[in-house]
Design a protein around this ligand. Structure first.
Ligand SMILES: [Zn+2]
Length: 406
């Protein structure tokens, strides 16, 4: 093991080289004005063609909006000693750089400074992609047969919804088995001590309240939507009592129902407002059905309408029911805990987060999937970077996961 780790540690140059090449090819979705993943996929496929993978397979998903007409994903496989597959799934697409003046280096020309590689995509998700490649290469170069069938899956279209990526693959390709180990290293923290296994449901809602505008001195002639809206907020707070389950796995261990934006009100103090729009951002534990919560909100709406003689229109802006969490005793979670402890001497604990990764699509189909990686969480912002040491250390954990028997 020590020798393998020395080998992995000696691959810093390769890490930088692959990161530089990957960063040069901005795989941006057509929704964000890009040409997708095709060129990045070609580079990757070419890079690993003679490494020693037992098979390399392309999954083409047709998309008219890009020049290549395809949003390709790539599977690179290594046969193991058992029949069980161990998947490491990373995505090749990146988000646009955003406000260019905020970048201190060129976003698509990776720059190395103090052990960090700066550039769009270097952390999200290229760091883990490179770690998975490095773990595989350490098998080939040291002539080691892994315990599991190792499957590196590089997916397209993660940043804007996975429709041409994992969602399509799960629907159209029968390549996953229920006892496969599925790791999605696309989340984590700088300590590397969290294993994400669950997410909350998301409900964004707006209330358009209509009353009757009048002079500030004549409330008797108006229907005051500011008052109705305030009472609505008070009533909405009851949802905290009604849906009050606690789950300490989540950073905020309960469901939240928070008023956020208020607008379409009036600009001056001396008018009774006749309209207002009030918005809510609710993050709800997966135990609850969003429809049950919406029914309660409908009741509150009716009560306020009756009491204040206003008209309220509810609009659901986002309604995302979280899938059932991956259980803490799932094999992938237990194996991750064990390897992270053994290799990095870190006690990692299962947690829940805000939501929306590739793992969620697996959970929706009843597969167990977990997220783990060591990252400084610079994704999507300016000056995104990846620490080379994290790439190396995570590769050691991936190597251990590939080779360690159950
Ligand atoms: Zn990502």
């Amino acid at each position: 093991m020590k020798e393998i780790f020395k080998y992995i540690e000696s691959q810093e140059k390769l890490v930088i080289e692959i990161q530089k090449q990957l960063t040069k090819i901005p795989a941006i979705a057509p929704e964000s004005g890009g040409q997708g993943e095709y060129k990045k996929y070609l580079y990757l496929k070419n890079l690993i063609s003679d490494w020693g993978f037992d098979s390399i397979e392309t999954i083409d998903v047709y998309d008219d909006r890009v020049e290549s007409k395809t949003r390709p994903s790539l599977i690179a496989s290594i046969n193991g000693k058992t029949k069980t597959n161990f998947w490491i799934i990373t995505h090749t697409d990146v988000v646009p750089p955003g406000e260019s003046t905020l970048w201190e280096t060129s976003p698509f020309d990776a720059t190395v400074k103090n052990g960090k590689i700066y550039g769009r995509g270097t952390e999200d998700n290229q760091q883990s992609l490179v770690s998975s490649l490095l773990a595989a290469k350490s098998l080939f170069d040291n002539k080691i047969i892994p315990y599991y069938n190792v499957k590196l899956l590089f997916v397209a279209d993660e940043e804007v919804g996975s429709k041409y990526g994992i969602e399509w693959i799960l629907k159209n390709k029968n390549i996953f088995n229920k006892n496969d180990l599925i790791l999605v290293p696309d989340g984590g923290n700088s300590e590397g001590n969290t294993i994400e296994i669950a997410e909350k449901s998301i409900l964004w809602i707006s209330f358009s309240i209509s009353g009757k505008q009048s002079h500030g001195s004549r409330p008797d002639l108006g229907i005051n939507t500011a008052r109705a809206s305030s009472y609505l907020c008070v009533k909405m707070d009851n949802l905290y009592n009604k849906f009050d389950k606690i789950d300490n796995m989540y950073d905020v261990p309960y469901s939240t129902f928070e008023p956020t934006r208020r607008y379409n009100n009036i600009e001056n103090i001396n008018t009774i407002p006749g309209s207002e729009i009030l918005c809510y951002d609710c993050r709800i534990l997966p135990d609850y059905k969003l429809d049950d919560i919406i029914s309660q909100i409908e009741l509150i709406k009716k009560e306020i309408e009756k009491k204040f003689k206003v008209k309220i229109e509810i609009e659901i802006k986002i309604k995302l029911q979280a899938p059932i969490p991956t259980p803490t005793d799932a094999q992938i979670v237990q194996k991750l805990k064990k390897s992270v402890k053994k290799i990095l001497n870190i006690d990692a604990k299962p947690i829940g987060i805000g939501g929306g990764t590739v793992a969620a699509y697996f959970r929706m189909k009843g597969f167990h999937a977990a997220l783990w990686s060591t990252i400084d969480m610079k994704m999507h912002g300016p000056n995104e970077y990846s620490k080379i040491i994290n790439t190396i250390n995570d590769a050691k954990v991936f190597f251990d996961l590939m080779t360690e028997s159950d």
